[in-house]
Design a protein around this ligand. Structure first.
Ligand code: NDP
Length: 401
């Protein structure tokens, strides 16, 4: 019952496993499995040093369903927490179906050979999960994750309907490198270089990547340029709140990041088309990933804050109102607590909270679910308790950008 199998031993997993160990009265047995076992040992050692908790580790290639099934049968976890890469989602869900095991992840499925992500592939598993009486919780990170919960919370406590939704993701951290990404570089660059896409007047409006820019004054941070992008939670939120007229996602980028990205794109280094190098086929973006700094190593050097939240306008008793719900997280505080930077922290903590709510059967029903489909209150309470305090303020007007 209180046995969890975490797959993947990268930056996010480091945080989630530490947070689970901090709550070992609920997470009594933690198994960490990943492709590179040395990374599991590093997390195991850190958890032992910090909390005197022992976790099990195992080597696993989660692309291989049989291997995952064998590991699940050996440890019999209540829940599999998938913190590997989006490419593994479907194979791990298949292994969960074959072993009647619950499932959670933080990012939706992406095929390797196409930089495209959508929920369809995972939503298609809903019937099979229901038939087996098992649950899958999709996107239990920050965005997606906490931002879906903020939307549900605003709708539940402040508004009768939602008309305009803006998700604002600001990272004002400085890691001292000329160019580095704050989560897996391959996934990050695929996401950032994709066309922008937002929902307006019952349509997806598609535009070139990173072309629409506005300046926004973030609380405790100040003015930052943010860029219109596509992000997966837009897809589930417009499905579950069909009254939404416009839904957009914005992310801040520094000029230095954008300058490097442009050059890398122009010379073909972000391409996912195979090229022949010294007689072998390589994918330029995967090669680039291997030479960029490991996001998990940025913790010690990163200084500054993140501010991620939702600005939502809707009607309450026929009057238009706007609410901004956000969390501010300081990179230095995250490093002090668990040895990570704030991007891994803001993703890893919600993954622990989602797991805890499933373990305690507070969020628990067979099928495949997004975060906004559950009561937001227990999740918000646990965010405040476990290092991600949130604030909601009412704004005088709806956004004018
Ligand atoms: P990392 O690259 O740091 O870690 C990924 C880990 O998964 C690595 O340990 C890697 O192993 C392992 N892995 C990869 N392929 C396999 C496989 N086939 N079998 C077993 N293990 C495998 O990524 P992050 O920690 O930065 O990100 C983890 C996930 O979190 C990603 O899906 C990312 O998209 C998501 N994310 C979600 C966010 C949100 O807010 N919702 C925000 C940020 C990230 P190896 O060490 O061998 O490479």
């Amino acid at each position: 019952m209180d046995n969890v199998l975490v797959i993947g031993a990268g930056g996010v997993s480091h945080v989630t496993v530490h947070k689970m160990a901090q709550n070992s009265n609920f997470f009594r047995s933690i198994i960490l499995a990943s492709r590179t076992i040395e990374k599991c040992f590093q997390i195991k050692k850190s958890v032992k040093d910090k909390y005197n908790i022992n976790i099990e580790v195992a080597k696993l290639d989660a692309d291989n369903v049989d291997e995952t099934v064998t590991l699940i049968k050996k440890f019999k976890p209540f829940l599999v927490v998938n913190l590997a890469l989006p490419y593994q989602d479907i194979n791990i869900m298949d292994a969960c179906l074959l072993t009647d095991t619950h499932y959670l992840d933080t990012a939706n499925y992406e095929p390797r050979d196409e930089a495209k992500f959508e929920y369809k592939w995972q939503w298609d598993y809903d019937k099979k999960f229901k038939e087996k009486g098992i649950m899958a919780l999709l996107g239990s990170g920050f965005d997606p994750g906490a931002t879906n919960v903020f939307t549900a919370y605003t709708r539940k406590h402040h508004l009768d309907s939602i008309e305009f939704l803006d998700i604002l993701d600001c990272n004002d951290g400085d890691h001292g490198h000329p160019f580095a990404t704050n989560f897996n570089p391959e996934i990050n660059i695929r996401e950032v270089t994709s066309d922008s896409k937002h929902w307006e007047n019952n349509n997806w409006e598609i535009g070139p990547a990173l072309k629409k820019k506005v300046s926004f004054k973030f609380p405790e941070i100040g003015n930052k340029n943010m860029y219109l992008m596509y992000h997966e939670e837009l897809e589930s939120l417009i499905k579950h709140y069909p009254e939404i007229k416009r839904a957009r996602f914005w992310m801040t980028f520094g000029d230095n990041y954008l300058k490097h990205l442009e050059v890398l794109q122009n010379i073909g280094m972000t391409s996912i088309e195979p090229v022949i190098y010294n007689g072998s086929e390589i994918i330029p973006l995967q090669f680039l990933k291997n030479i960029l700094p490991d996001p998990g190593s940025l913790g010690e050097k990163t200084k500054g804050k993140t501010c991620i939240g939702t600005i939502i306008t809707g009607k309450k008793n026929n009057t238009e109102k706007t609410f901004y719900t956000y969390n501010i997280c300081k990179h230095e505080d995250c490093y002090k607590e668990v040895g990570s930077q704030a991007i891994s922290y803001t993703t890893g903590v919600p993954a622990m909270i989602g797991s805890l709510l499933m373990l305690k059967k507070i969020w628990f029903k067979p099928g495949v679910w997004n975060m906004e489909q559950f009561d937001p209150d227990p999740f918000m309470n646990l965010m405040n308790k476990h290092g991600l305090p949130t604030k909601t303020i009412q704004l005088e007007n709806k956004v004018n950008f």
